[in-house]
Design a protein around this ligand. Structure first.
Ligand code: GKR
Ligand code: MG
Length: 431
């Protein structure tokens, strides 16, 4: 069992959390069996998760990858804690919430085990899990307000492919560029950066430019009060029709339920989605009872792996909820795990999120280069396992970057102060 800490260039993207740092931290996990077959996975990065993997080593070494459920699943099943923080974010410090860490660690081990099994029996991961229900998986264009510049620093700086985007017009240009390159057919805008009226304007301009065939999502990561969320919901009735949604407008299950109730009373049925208020199975009973969220955003990295995403799909279907997929800055191994998860989850009702267009070829650790996205989709390859292998030279470069990088956890607020506004403070409910 080998966990490799890497750093990958990440452009200065904005959100209500602050600003992305020049490097995003990731971890690449390798599990090697007695025959020398290696299974791989990719997950959140930084110092804390490495400590978690190290602590698990004695339980993982000599484990049978076919018997993962019996050996390690209790880690995930114990994950019944309820928290109000955004667990889709950075890996947390060990001890702060051990149950939350458990699902993340288990996910990475499950995915690497499935890759290993797939490679040993020569079957794609999705076909080990009951078989694919789709051969390709749709992803959405993920637009961000953005400062000028590409990712990386100094001699390691990357091209600024997309340029600055701090106005509605620049967001439209960014999305056009992304759609021209990748063929996406859905659009998500990360909001919570500017006055809600300006973000409403950006969504309106996206609708005018791309038409009603292209569903739109807006996600301010809880930066709005209940009142503001309702105002935005009212302002975007037309734009959110036809497969769109408002994602985490406000904080907490109770807050989301208030927004939903008020919108329904006003005759507005725009669905609410979440990867902040709802991040674990333990959140589902209250969510369903209060009709707080109509779409859950799964993510194999922190919901406990691919099988847990399949279970989540079934639960969502049972309770009449939709299912979409969350993402964070990632490389091709994560993209393939997300694609396989989506391929074996029949009740996936929306295109998945991906940050992949924001990462660059120079940092990809997948042998042969970046995973192709065409017509907005990633195809399930015929190769066994996840369908990708590690490029060890590229991995070594990623490890070098990690060594040089000054930080060991994500801190978007600090980056915002450093590069944009020395007095900036994250205000969880800014508007
Ligand atoms: O990359 O800044 C970001 C996003 O805000 C990310 O961290 C979120 O977890 O994309 C995510 C989301 O949908 O909330
Ligand atoms: Mg979100």
């Amino acid at each position: 069992m080998r966990a490799h800490a890497i750093a990958i260039a990440d452009p200065p993207l904005r959100s209500s959390y602050g600003l992305h740092a020049p490097y995003a931290l990731r971890t690449i996990l390798e599990l090697e069996n007695d025959d020398g077959i290696i299974g791989i996975s990719e997950t959140h990065g930084g110092a804390a998760i490495l400590v978690g993997f190290e602590a698990l080593k004695p339980r993982v070494i000599d484990m049978d990858p076919y018997r993962l459920t019996g050996s390690l699943l209790p880690m995930v099943e114990a994950d019944t804690s309820r928290t109000s923080f955004d667990r889709s974010q950075t890996y947390r410090v060990p001890g702060e919430n051990p149950l939350d860490e458990a699902a993340r660690l288990y996910s990475a081990i499950e995915i690497a085990s499935l890759d290993l099994i797939g490679k040993s029996v020569k079957q794609p991961v999705c076909d080990l899990l009951g078989g694919r229900v789709r051969d390709k998986v749709s992803f959405s264009a993920y637009a961000f307000y953005k400062q000028v510049g590409g990712g990386g620093e100094g001699a390691d700086a990357r091209e600024d492919e997309y340029g600055e985007a701090l106005t509605p017009e620049a967001i439209v240009d960014q999305v056009r560029q992304m759609i021209e390159t990748y063929g996406f057919r859905d659009i998500k805008l990360k909001g919570g950066v500017f006055e809600p009226d300006l973000e409403v304007e950006a969504i309106r301009q996206l609708r005018v430019e791309f038409g009603s065939q292209v569903p739109l999502r807006l996600d301010p990561n809880c930066a709005w009060s209940v009142k503001t969320s309702i105002k935005v919901g009212q302002a975007l009735i037309e734009e959110m029709k036809d497969g769109g949604y408002l994602e985490d407008p406000t904080a907490e299950i109770g807050g989301m339920a208030d927004v939903r109730r008020e919108l329904l009373q006003a005759g507005i049925s725009t669905p609410l989605a979440s990867n902040v208020a709802v991040t674990s199975f333990a959140d589902l009973p209250e969510t369903v009872e209060k009709d707080a969220v109509q779409i859950v955003l799964c993510d194999p990295h922190y919901w406990g792996g691919l099988r847990q995403v399949q279970y989540l799909g079934k639960i969502c279907r049972t309770f009449g909820l939709g299912l979409s997929m969350h993402s964070n800055s990632h490389l091709g191994i994560s993209l393939m795990a997300m694609t396989h998860a989506a391929a074996v989850t029949p009740h996936l009702t929306y295109a998945c999120d991906t940050h992949y267009p924001w990462q660059s070829e120079e940092d990809e650790v997948v042998a042969g280069g970046r995973v192709p996205i065409s017509d907005g989709c990633v195809a399930i390859p015929d190769q066994p396992g996840l369908g990708v292998e590690l490029d060890y030279d590229q991995l070594a470069r990623g490890k070098e970057r990690y060594k040089k990088c000054a930080y060991r956890k994500r801190d978007d607020e600090a980056e915002m102060r450093k590069h944009v506004d020395p007095n900036w403070k994250r205000i969880p409910q800014r508007w």
